[in-house]
Design a protein around this ligand. Structure first.
Ligand code: BG6
Length: 480
């Protein structure tokens, strides 16, 4: 820590975060293959459509629109966008590599040079501006062939394809990328496996069997990526990425407290426990028994998971979750791929996600108590409707308020003793929402003129929050 009165350590990694499928566009360019995000329809019904029995993972332009196809055209406009990130003073930019740009079907033996060259250009541009990339290897964009022909992460064969992909990018970018993460929000599969695991579960009875087997394959794959990273770029740091929500008990009824504790163990901590401690947690034994989960674990898997654990914990935080055992007649509130009981102390966003900055301080403390590894908030932000005023300005004070309160909560956690390495707010430039496929759910400091009906010039404009965040970074979080 640099000095007694400073809120954040010297060298704190301020920046913004995005994912390839939500901003690049160019879905057919540079020999890119289709990926799971390319068949996700736009609109609030997106997640429901995917759950419909018989959803065939085909593009049907008659029936749906596909906002991820053009997204915000970062594929062609990355220079302009990176210049804006630099103007805000970003130290890091969290982004992902689209797996199907590098291995179009996922099964090729050699990577696609055009895809590799694209990210070379992006990394060079970032370095030109002094911005360090933080790369997620897999962020909801697995090649569609692996989904359709292999059943996604249900198949053990996918581990081999993933390892080949991870090694190809680690080798290619060894001189350009020093921060890596394996799977985005790996635990989100518990509620919604399609985006991160490439399959949906129709049969309730085998749901957990399929999902936890998928996790096991991903844990092995993640450790293989950590191993490759250590061998190829010994100085790099490679983390996991989990969706975290502290789970509050609705009241002090011990039944509800126990229920909330178990929900937090399985949803919030389980994947982190394996990634960080290198073994299945004790509580998983009972959970597996009670939910008929029998993992197919092959020789060498557990040793690999034990040996190649992560260097840091990247996580997304948008909201806390409140739970009770019997929810009959109780108001339910929606959230980031999950839902809970309405918390009477919290206000919610336009999309119903409850806003809880103290929850961030709580989860930072819980994670650090549990793991004693550096933590990295790699997603946090407010999805809101923005209005362009007659003079062209966008007065997003609500976003500033949200971010300010969360950064203040981080400062408190640092004061509590938490080792926090950085903060990349989500959707630093407006992009396609993951859960609803909307452009109107905006997170950015930079407005993009693109709308849910597909219209818009794609012009970029700075919002009021742009200047605010620039000041935050310039003062290392002292001026909020
Ligand atoms: C996380 C994802 O779930 O939250 C991002 O990692 C996503 O991909 C973000 O965009 C916000 O969610 P949404 O649904 O508002 O885009």
């Amino acid at each position: 820590m640099s000095g007694e009165n400073k809120r954040f350590p010297e060298g704190f990694l301020w920046g913004g975060a995005t994912a390839a499928n939500q901003l690049e566009g160019g879905f057919h360019e540079g020999n890119k293959g289709l990926n799971i995000a390319d068949v996700l329809p736009g609109g609030k019904e997106r997640l429901k459509v995917l759950k419909e029995p018989g959803f065939d993972f085909e593009i049907d332009n008659e029936k749906y629109n596909y906002p991820n196809h053009e997204a915000i055209d970062f594929y062609h406009r990355y220079k302009e966008d990176i210049a804006l990130f630099a103007e805000m003073g970003f130290k890091v930019y969290r982004m992902s590599i689209a797996w199907s740009r590098i291995f179009p079907t996922g099964t090729e033996l050699e990577p696609n040079e055009e895809g590799l060259a694209f990210y070379d250009r992006v990394f060079d541009e970032l370095h030109k501006h002094g911005i360090e990339p933080v790369v997620t290897i897999s962020h909801y964009e697995m090649p569609l062939t692996l989904v359709k022909d292999y059943g996604g992460w249900r198949s053990r064969e996918v581990i081999t394809f993933f390892e080949r992909y991870a090694k190809a990018i680690l080798n290619r970018y060894k001189g350009k990328v020093k921060y890596w993460m394996t799977f985005n929000e790996i635990n989100s599969a518990l509620h919604f496996p399609i985006m991160s695991m490439g399959f949906s579960v129709e049969e309730e009875e085998t749901k957990y069997q399929q999902i936890f087997q998928g996790f096991h394959h991903q844990f092995v794959a993640s450790s293989l990526a950590v191993k490759a990273c250590k061998e190829i770029i010994p100085t790099a740091e490679i983390g996991c990425m989990i969706l975290v929500a502290p789970v509050y008990s609705y009241d002090c009824n011990p039944e509800n407290v126990m229920y909330s504790l178990q929900e937090e163990q399985i949803f919030t901590f389980f994947c982190g426990d394996v990634h960080v401690r290198g073994e299945y947690p004790a509580y998983s034994k009972r959970f597996f028994k009670e939910h008929n989960v029998m993992l197919d674990i092959q020789a060498g898997d557990l040793e690999l998971i034990k040996e190649y654990t992560v260097d840091y914990i990247g996580f997304s935080y948008y909201m806390s979750l409140t739970q009770m055992k019997d929810k009959t007649g109780v108001e339910i509130t929606p959230g980031n791929l999950l839902e809970g009981v309405k918390n009477p102390f919290l206000k919610a966003s336009d999309w119903g996600w409850e806003i809880d900055p103290t929850g961030l301080r709580i989860i930072l403390n819980k994670l650090y108590d549990r793991y004693q590894l550096p933590l990295f908030v790699v997603e946090n932000g407010l999805g809101a409707y923005d209005k362009v005023e007659e003079d062209g300005s966008i007065q997003d004070d609500y976003r500033i308020d949200y971010l300010r309160s969360h950064i203040e909560a981080m400062a408190e956690a640092v004061e509590d003793g938490v080792d926090l390495m950085g903060y990349t707010s989500w959707g630093c430039i407006d992009l396609v929402s993951a859960s609803t496929g909307e452009f109107s759910k905006r997170y950015g400091f930079i407005y993009v003129d693109k709308h849910d009906d597909g219209t818009g010039t794609l012009e970029r404009k700075k919002k009021k929050s742009f200047d605010w965040y620039q000041r935050v970074i310039a003062t290392n979080g002292e001026e909020l």
